[in-house]
Design a protein around this ligand. Structure first.
Ligand SMILES: *[C@@H]1O[C@H](CO)[C@@H](O)[C@H](O)[C@H]1NC(C)=O
Ligand SMILES: *[C@@H]1O[C@H](CO)[C@@H](O)[C@H](O)[C@H]1NC(C)=O
Ligand SMILES: *[C@@H]1O[C@H](CO)[C@@H](O)[C@H](O)[C@H]1NC(C)=O
Ligand SMILES: *[C@@H]1O[C@H](CO)[C@@H](O)[C@H](O)[C@H]1NC(C)=O
Ligand SMILES: *[C@@H]1O[C@H](CO)[C@@H](O)[C@H](O)[C@H]1NC(C)=O
Ligand SMILES: *[C@@H]1O[C@H](CO)[C@@H](O)[C@H](O)[C@H]1NC(C)=O
Length: 490
């Protein structure tokens, strides 16, 4: 009995000691993680979190700081790391000449004390960030591809091949002000469009962007033979459609030319058959876009053209002049709705009606669960001293406009925004107008043709863009939207 008693006492004290140990370790445990969680996350003021929650928080913080300090100084442009907003002290994404002195980074610290003065802390998550707000920074790692590494640049955009010698225009990267944008990763983009159709629909500026996309994606393809046009068509300036297949990813990157999105046709007016524009009917190729998974539309430039008596097309690319002309200029016997050919209609009204025709088509034919729709805003042209056919030029521009330049926003873009707002289908605006306006240096000018094909030095192309160049940035935006914003399901 005695033994048993003493044993029981003994066991009780052992038990007690055990309990005490457990409690104290639990207290230490709690305290440790509470402090840790509190100090490692500036936004976490819940000191009394349960240990489990604290661990989770801590793990998250650790994970975040871990990914933000992973080595990214490699000269390869591609980076998919999503730098967390709390920590922008990593300098990997800031080009050398912009690097601010923030002290040496010698070791990985998990704990970072909040500092209200740190401007950089205001950086947003890419999902919440307006990427169009930012600046151009020189980046010696650019371009992403060259005339030698991309076989899809057609003559009109192949400035280097056509003899342009100054190449700085390839080296500017758009840097959003409010967030760190991950670099374009062609492999990742191809994975995102695996088994899908990425379709560009619009005018030659969209062909410009589509060729840029082909080039950007091509860099991640190991066997060049695994990328081909499905009908073996060569890219030309003529009206057409192209579908490039990236066989390893079972996806196609397609382009359909349509200058107005709506249908060009002919109608009898009086005794004559005239060319008209059916602002109430979609372009004939629309049935082909229907099943696409990603649709990128544009239209703008041709709404600044006018048809002369001889029937040839003239180009009035200067944005400011456009608006002035358009509001005063009514087209005679050109715009058609049903059987009616409007004797007169101003171009803004016609443009709006055409976009409404387009938006109804999208709302009726696009399943937002399957298809993601983008509309690219108008790209600016930069003619000085005349228009495209009257000696307008941009060849002398070797540098982009500086920060004192304030971009304008055209009336056409405002109409686009109005129409998009009224749609049932969510459409993402690729708002490239402002940032492209700085890039007076980036047009082909006389280098839009091989020397032997240049008709006259007087004709310069200050509307399209050299490749590599500005459309790469537009495609980077497209990538960011696909990567970080609403997901497309299959
Ligand atoms: C690009 O994305 C691929 C696929 O997601 C990934 O394996 C690769 O590491 C990424 N490249 C870079 C430089 O981040
Ligand atoms: C933020 O990044 C810097 C440099 O990469 C690193 O030293 C620091 O520990 C990081 N802070 C946090 C809270 O992750
Ligand atoms: C690329 O441009 C350079 C410079 O004009 C030229 O020498 C070269 O032949 C071009 N490469 C291709 C593949 O066109
Ligand atoms: C695509 O282009 C080819 C050749 O120009 C033409 O025959 C065909 O009808 C076009 N298809 C569509 C859907 O536009
Ligand atoms: C910016 O451009 C304007 C107009 O070309 C010029 O007058 C001004 O000096 C430039 N400013 C700087 C800082 O380069
Ligand atoms: C597009 O960007 C311009 C500045 O370049 C801005 O004025 C405009 O409001 C933006 N539009 C949208 C819908 O964000």
């Amino acid at each position: 009995m005695e033994r048993q008693r003493s044993f029981s006492i003994k066991s009780t004290s052992v038990f007690l000691a055990l309990i005490i140990t457990t409690i104290s370790s639990a207290v230490i445990f709690f305290t440790f993680f509470s402090i840790k969680s509190n100090s490692s996350n500036a936004n976490n003021f819940q000191i009394h979190l349960s240990p489990v929650a604290s661990i989770t928080e801590t793990t998250t913080s650790l994970h975040i700081s871990d990914s933000s300090v992973s080595p990214q100084q490699s000269p390869i442009l591609i980076s998919t790391h999503f730098t967390p907003p709390e920590n922008t002290s990593g300098s990997a994404k800031i080009p050398d000449f912009e690097k601010k002195t923030r002290g040496e980074v010698s070791s990985v610290k998990v704990i970072e004390l909040p500092s209200k003065n740190d401007e950089e802390k205001k950086k947003k998550r890419i999902e919440e960030c307006d990427v169009t707000n930012g600046k151009w920074v020189y980046d010696s790692d650019l371009p992403l591809y060259t005339n030698a590494s991309c076989p899809f640049i057609d003559e009109g955009f192949a400035c280097q091949s056509n003899g342009r010698l100054d190449l700085d225009y390839m080296k500017w990267r758009w840097e959003p002000r409010d967030c760190d944008a991950p670099r374009f990763n062609a492999t990742k983009m191809l994975e995102m469009i695996r088994g899908k159709r990425l379709v560009f629909v619009g005018d030659s500026i969209n062909r410009n962007q589509w060729e840029s996309m082909l080039c950007m994606l091509f860099q991640a393809v190991k066997d060049p033979k695994r990328v081909y046009e499905t009908h073996k068509r060569r890219i030309t300036k003529e009206k057409g459609n192209y579908s490039f297949r990236f066989a390893d990813y079972k996806c196609t990157v397609e382009f359909y030319v349509t200058h107005f999105l709506v249908r060009e046709g002919k109608a009898r007016v009086g005794k004559k058959r005239r060319e008209t524009l059916r602002i109430d009917a979609m372009d004939r190729t629309s049935s082909r876009w229907k099943g696409a998974n990603i649709l990128v539309f544009n239209t703008a430039h041709w709404w600044s053209h006018y048809k002369t008596k001889s029937g040839s097309v003239f180009f009035v690319p200067n944005q400011k002049k456009d608006i002035r002309r358009n509001t005063g200029m009514e087209r005679v016997n050109y715009y058609q709705e049903g059987d009616l050919v409007h004797p007169k209609l101003d171009v803004s009204t016609a443009f709006k009606k055409a976009l409404q025709t387009w938006s109804s088509w999208v709302d009726k034919n696009v399943d937002p669960k399957r298809t993601r729709v983008f509309f690219r805003s108008a790209a600016p042209s930069h003619f000085s001293g005349g228009e495209w056919n009257s000696g307008g030029h941009c060849r002398e521009a070797k540098n982009l406009l500086n920060q004192t330049f304030k971009p304008s926003y055209s009336g056409k873009n405002i109409i686009v925004e109005e129409v998009l707002k009224q749609m049932k289908t969510p459409v993402t605006l690729l708002n490239v107008s402002g940032l492209s306006q700085y890039r007076i240096d980036a047009h082909p000018s006389i280098f839009g043709a091989k020397p032997e094909n240049r008709r006259s030095q007087a004709v310069q192309d200050c509307s399209h863009w050299c490749l590599p160049g500005v459309p790469d940035t537009w495609n980077h935006f497209l990538y960011l939207h696909l990567l970080h914003k609403r997901k497309v399901t299959n």
